[in-house]
Write a protein that binds this ligand. Structure first.
Ligand code: IVH
Length: 675
């Protein structure tokens, strides 16, 4: 079959690109593009070669894994090849893998095969050879058949024992695992390098691989490296258990580090649950992962399944969505926030990253923008990890088009044209327009109606922007003068939704002092601070009259916050808005001040906190309870009145349930304090 010139050119181009990235990544330890981009090129080439097999040449990057080892190191022939893993990106692909396994083993559909499940560590694979329990050789994976001798470097890694514990290990034992740089060590290392003006690492995997490839072991020793073992290669002259998970437990007994998050699961459902659990904890793990690995646990079945090209048929990597992607900057705009902060935002060509489509990424502030030097037209790496807002990680300078310009901080507000000012020592530049600025007004109003503030359901951002633009809404008080008639005439608003909105506006009038104080949007006064102030003073009049000194007596209130509160209530127009709000019917129960926490609503009650709460940290929750007079202890007992439990609550929750202790979530705790 003949192939058109266009197609063979395309294949050549892809190969050259992949070779270039291989060189950057393997030989120079300096990757230019995120893994996802590399994977895409590789997949594109594989697809092309699959469709037109005549295109395949022995030197295609698809025909070998990795690159030639660099010559300064000795080479090591792996007696048993070091394999790679097939990937599954979706539950369906995992299901297909499981199907293939069952088919090949001639097992029934309903057999719940046991899999060993482990995080897929993002580091560099190593082979560690122990002879009579003594570490004699360390090697990289290389191309799977030939690796580099890095004995001098692996000996510097404290997680790797120089001698095994016990005596029942095989005379010749090859342990395989992943050397990696934990996130904390990676960050600390990069901070130090940055401060010293030295080169930083792009990601923890690159850091691990680069550190192992030092000629001078002293340099490796300075790197905070760690290792988890995940399999055994050669094992001669001794006995190993018959299941993968048992082998890993055995390795641990011989003193070798293994991953604490490993597990044994049943069938596809067990795998999927594991994938979900680890995914939920991914950001909190101390090391970087890019997926999880499932391995048929029985070695006998593994043997029966065997290999296909370079990957075992009995294992698969189930990948998480990439947290980094490439895209282009279409514009850099400046957004004005509730407090006037002028924040640069990159408008991006939409890209799927971290499991969502991203078209905007924050650039944080003008200093950050200048440090990264992001320009319109640039190709950038966008990062979205967990629930963190997407950000531009860095610019690919090689791809910068000609004639770009450095982005400057605007001198005037893009919304109201007021001067933009930056106080000495502040990183944030602010619009000086205050509530004259429509953007600040709209943001203040969005905050006022938000769920944790007055909670006016159905009052969306678009609606607020529309009403601010026509000057119908100038302050929060104006919300309560809106009529059904005028609302129903607005764009995208029927009579039904107008009715509904009026009802939620009415319902929001009965609130709590804590919510009301938070809704006012006083700078630095978050939900917890507002709640603390509300309990302490009981009545709004007391808060308005409080001196800075008194305010400082409340936990959570420092000099900056006290000054902001004082300044807010010192402004006549703010007091006007408050009195109008009360005139229109906004109300809350007032109570006697709890000037000392002993008389607080929680006084005499004993609390225990466990798990991750949605908004409060452990310390904040503790302060919050103590401010209201409660006591916080560490262990659940019969004396405990309430367990405040968040996500991933463990043994404390089961103990509380056993002892019939009331369990609260964060919302219930807040209700308890304000009622
Ligand atoms: S098992 C026969 N388990 O992923 C299977 N590999 O794509 C061989 N990796 O080179 C590997 N975590 O560097 C296995 N828990 C884990 C792993 C893991 C990370 C890496 C390893 C390997 C690559 C395969």
């Amino acid at each position: 079959m003949s192939v058109s010139d266009a197609i063979s050119n395309k294949a050549r181009m892809l190969r050259n690109q992949i070779r270039h990235h291989n060189y950057q990544y393997h030989a120079l330890d300096d990757p230019e593009v995120p893994d996802a981009e590399y994977d895409r090129l590789m997949r594109e080439l594989l697809a092309l070669e699959e469709e037109y097999p005549v295109l395949i040449s022995p030197d295609s990057p698809t025909q070998r894994v990795g690159d030639t080892p660099i010559s300064a190191f000795g080479t090591v022939q792996h007696e048993l090849p070091m394999l790679s893993l097939g990937n599954a990106f979706t539950a369906d692909e995992l299901q297909e893998f499981h199907r293939r396994v069952l088919d090949r083993l001639e097992l029934d559909d309903d057999v719940d095969l046991t899999y060993a499940a482990e995080p897929k560590l993002d580091g560099a694979a190593v082979s560690l050879l122990y002879e009579d329990g003594v570490l004699v050789r360390g090697a990289t994976r290389g191309d799977g058949t030939t690796g580099e001798d890095i004995t001098h470097n692996v000996r510097t890694i404290e997680a790797i024992p120089l001698k095994l514990l016990g005596s029942d290990y095989p005379a010749r034992l090859e342990v395989r695992g992943e050397v990696f740089m934990p996130k904390a060590g990676f960050d600390a290392y990069n901070d130090k390098a940055r401060a010293a003006g030295e080169k930083t690492f792009v990601n923890p995997r690159n850091a691990a691989a680069g550190s192992l490839r030092q000629l001078d072991p002293k340099l490796t020793a300075e790197r905070p490296l760690d290792m988890y073992a995940y399999s055994v290669g050669i094992a001669r002259g001794g006995h190993l258990p018959s299941g993968h998970s048992e082998i890993i437990d055995q390795l641990q007994e011989w003193g070798i580090k293994v991953c604490p998050e490993r597990s044994v699961v049943n069938g596809v459902n067990g795998c999927l649950k594991y994938y979900k659990d680890i995914g939920a904890r991914r950001d909190r793990l101390s090391y970087e992962i890019d997926g999880v690995v499932y391995k048929v646990d029985s070695l006998e079945l593994q043997k029966e399944l065997g290999f296909v090209s370079r990957a075992p048929r009995w294992a698969i990597a189930h990948k998480y969505p990439a947290q980094e992607e490439l895209t282009e900057v279409e514009a850099v705009e400046f957004q004005v926030g509730r407090t006037g902060a002028v924040t640069p935002v990159a408008r991006l060509k939409p890209v799927f990253v971290g499991g969502v489509t991203v078209s905007n990424a924050t650039l944080h502030n003008i200093d950050e923008l200048h440090r990264k030097d992001v320009r319109v037209g640039d190709t950038v790496i966008v990062r979205r990890a967990g629930d963190v807002i997407p950000e531009v990680a860095r610019v690919i300078l090689d791809r910068r088009p000609q004639r770009t310009r450095r982005v400057q901080l605007p001198k005037t507000c893009p919304v109201c044209d007021s001067r933009v000012a930056r106080e000495a020592g502040e990183t944030v530049a602010r619009c000086t327009g205050g509530l004259f600025c429509a953007a600040q007004r709209a943001e203040a109003l969005k905050h006022f109606v938000s769920r944790r503030a007055l909670d006016i359901e159905g009052f969306g951002a678009k609606l607020i922007e529309q009403l601010v633009a026509t000057d119908r809404l100038k302050t929060p008080a104006d919300i309560f003068q809106l009529t059904r008639e005028e609302l129903s005439e607005l764009e995208r608003m029927g009579e039904k939704s107008a009715d509904k909105l009026i009802r939620s506006i009415d319902a929001s009038k009965s609130t709590t002092l804590a919510r009301f104080l938070f809704a006012l949007g006083i700078r630095e006064v978050g939900e917890t601070t507002a709640a603390g102030i509300a309990v302490h003073y009981g009545k709004l009049a007391n808060v308005v009259a409080a001196t800075e000194e008194e305010l400082l007596g409340i936990t959570d209130v420092g000099p900056v916050v006290a000054a902001r509160i004082k300044a807010f209530f010192g402004e006549e127009h703010n007091l006007d808005v408050i009195s109008r709000l009360r005139d229109y019917g906004v109300n809350w129960p007032e109570s006697e001040p709890v000037l000392d926490a002993e008389n607080g609503p929680l006084s005499g009650k004993i609390f225990v906190i466990t798990g991750t709460l949605p908004t409060l940290t452990r310390d904040e929750a503790k302060d919050f309870i103590q401010d209201a007079g409660g006591k916080v202890t560490g262990t659940v007992s019969r004396k405990t009145d309430f367990l405040v439990a968040g996500e991933s609550a463990g043994s404390k929750l089961s103990k509380a349930e056993k002892l019939n202790v009331s369990v609260l979530d964060e919302a219930a705790l807040r209700t308890l304090v304000s009622s």
